[in-house]
Design a protein around this ligand. Sequence first.
Ligand SMILES: Nc1ncnc2c1ncn2[C@@H]1O[C@H](COP(=O)(O)OP(=O)(O)OP(=O)(O)O)[C@@H](O)[C@H]1O
Ligand SMILES: [Mg+2]
Length: 350
Amino acid sequence: MTSPPAASASATAASGPTPPTPPAPRGTPLIRAEKLRVEYRGRSGGGRVRALRDVDLEILEGETLGLVGESGCGKSTLGRALLRVIEPASGTIDFLGLNITRLRGTRLRRTRADLQMVFQDPFGSLNPRRRIADIVAEPLRRARGASRAEAGPVVAELLDQVGLGAEAGRRKPHEFSGGQRQRIGIARALASSPKFVVADEAVSALDVSIQAQILNLLSDMVRERGLTMLFISHDLGVVRHIADRVAVMYLGQIIEVASRDDFFSGPAHPYSEALLSSVPSLRPGGRRERRVLEGELPDPANPPEGCLFRTRCPFAEDQCRTRMPELRTIAPGRTVRCHLPLVPGSTEKG
Ligand SMILES: Nc1ncnc2c1ncn2[C@@H]1O[C@H](COP(=O)(O)OP(=O)(O)OP(=O)(O)O)[C@@H](O)[C@H]1O
Ligand SMILES: [Mg+2]
């Protein structure tokens, strides 16, 4: 999907004698989280785990946003909260301008048709007893209320598009390889013609040789259907391949959002830099040395005061110990939650 034409700036121009500078061209948000908070009861009976801490995030129509961060930082929780699979403790989710945070019943079911998920585990996520045609048809029948006869041709075409052929519909999951099962998972996610898809570690369980095929299939589908995708992955190389923008999470917070090129050429948050530096082929500015993250990931039930990253940050100073930084815009389309962001393109402090 393309951005709306620049003509939209004229609406604001009419309101005063000096027209404001038109905003930099950007897409319209498809889905937006505002101050989204999700808490789990501690697994060991202890306190609450804040899995999302007031997450603000916009995903623009037609884009693929890559979501990265260490295990346990809240990526899956954010993906599932946006899809209304888990209930936020507070905050709002807007989808196409509609607040969907507390939708129930029929309206939730209808909205769900527009919001779908491609799962990580191609073996665990398909019911082994059902035929592929029924598995793929399920979201179409449940969320859009299609009959079996109505779903049939849609499913056949989808199985064709994902490269399996319509005849695959008569078979069962065990007859397929991991990569083929992921194609089935993609067909299922697309059956209800969603507008937004969350792919949560969708290629992580696959052999490297198969990963590229599935990534290409996903990005073709996104482009051809004008989909918007949140692509969750711990693999930065994969994210660079598929994402238009990148968002980084740390301990339940978004700490940086940037275009793919800005992010990979010069991350603004010290944590982003450490993540990139752990992958030799992705080190910004051709640096050879690895910037090792000091210390352990803090207990999410008991996070540090001030900036959540400061216990592992090589640049932390007094203000970082006392004040939590806001997520602020440092350049058009670029936000960072750091008192001392790295100058884009450089490894020195600005
Ligand atoms: N059902 C649950 N009950 C209790 N705590 C949970 C539950 N699910 C997740 N958590 C905790 O919430 C935090 C965020 O988990 P989440 O699964 O969203 O992280 P993630 O970034 O997707 O990790 P990974 O990369 O390992 O998939 C973690 O501290 C995790 O232990
Ligand atoms: Mg996860």
